[in-house]
Design a protein around this ligand. Structure first.
Ligand SMILES: NC(=O)c1ccc[n+]([C@@H]2O[C@H](COP(=O)([O-])OP(=O)(O)OC[C@H]3O[C@@H](n4cnc5c(N)ncnc54)[C@H](O)[C@@H]3O)[C@@H](O)[C@H]2O)c1
Length: 314
């Protein structure tokens, strides 16, 4: 087991996820360097991390008081502060060129054996790692928000990733309170996106051919899958209900499932109309400002409840 308190880690990019991940690193016991690649991060990140630490206290995730964890955090615009970090996680905007510029700055300032991770949602790791001077130390470390109150974490190897570094991140992730998964091959979309896009495709196809409304598709998914998915995975579910039942249904239903390869008209229309969901109130549903704010709060409270609930069943 790694001695987390003596392992310094860095986070580059302190937006929504970077702040939340930095908090997770702090409460796991690391000394943390947060790099602000844009000046706005220096203004907002400190308050965001303070607020997250308070949330962690409410969740009973802290072993020491908030001031102790705060004292283990350095925020800086200077990449040289990353010196001595065993792991640096890039968490900047999902833009390939910007990420590449950030990797140059990280590599110029860290030791040869520092592992560099990216929280990219969808850019292939093998593609990103091509621009690194030492691509063997580069891998994907994909989190879910809020990072400190979710168990999910995917570790993704690119074509050139040295498995020793992936194992290092995997072992550390267990000390971050995660249930990590290791993807040895760099498949597009990683694990969860692959699974979810299969669901999205089928849902959109049923919507488009008029089989069911948006509201009913959401309800069916929420109240069926939502009633078991936090306690068992899809294959545990198969065993729980009986694999024999599933094999017959697979034969019958797979041939009927959508094979759609393009974004359906409803999505194209939304994009043309500049719909951004709760961010601008216009999406597949419409939202007032109050409703958008309520969703953010309700989701945060729910994450806390689920986190605690899963603790009881582990
Ligand atoms: N939000 C999520 O739920 C989520 C989940 C998984 C992965 N991710 C991934 O995490 C990464 C960060 O996402 P986020 O939601 O925290 O985004 P965000 O918009 O909250 O933060 C983006 C950050 O990118 C940096 N940035 C912006 N412009 C920059 C520039 N020109 N040069 C250098 N840095 C710049 C800043 O630090 C900024 O705070 C993305 O790759 C995203 O795909 C996000």
């Amino acid at each position: 087991m790694n001695d987390v308190e003596n392992i310094k880690v860095g986070v580059v990019g302190l937006g929504l996820m970077g702040s939340s991940i930095a908090t997770n690193f702090l409460i796991a016991g690391h000394e943390v360097v947060g790099i602000a690649p844009i000046p706005a991060d220096m203004v907002g990140a400190s308050d965001r991390i303070d607020a997250h630490l308070t949330q962690c206290r409410d969740l009973s995730l802290l072993k020491k008081d908030e001031a102790y964890y705060r004292s283990r955090l350095v925020l800086s615009e200077d990449y040289a502060s990353l010196q001595g970090c065993a792991l640096v996680l890039e968490c900047v905007i999902e833009h390939e060129e910007i990420k590449r510029t950030v990797y140059d700055l990280i590599e110029t300032n860290v030791d040869r054996d520092t592992v560099i991770g990216t929280n990219t949602s969808a850019i292939p790791i093998s593609q990103l790692q091509k621009s690194l001077e030492h691509p063997d130390r580069f891998l994907g470390i994909h989190w879910a928000e809020p990072a400190y109150a979710t168990r999910f974490l995917e570790i993704i190897c690119g074509d050139q990733t040295d498995m020793r570094h992936a194992q290092f991140a995997y072992d550390l992730a267990e000390q971050w309170g995660k249930e990590p998964t290791l993807l040895r091959k760099d498949i597009r979309g990683f694990i969860t996106n692959r699974l979810m896009y299969a669901v999205y495709r089928e849902g959109l196809a049923l919507l488009e051919d008029g089989s069911a409304t948006l509201e009913d598709l959401d309800k069916a998914f929420q109240y069926d899958v939502g009633s078991w998915v936090s306690i068992m995975g899809i294959f545990q579910r198969m065993d729980y209900l009986g694999i024999d039942r599933y094999s017959k249904m697979v034969e019958e239903i797979f041939p009927m499932l959508s094979k759609m390869e393009h974004a359906p008209a409803i999505m194209e229309k939304m994009v043309d109309e500049n719909a951004a969901g709760i961010r601008n109130g216009k999406g597949l549903y419409n939202y007032t400002d109050e409703e958008a704010k309520k969703w953010e709060k309700v989701y945060m409270d729910f994450s806390k409840d689920i986190y605690n609930l899963i603790n009881k069943t582990r």
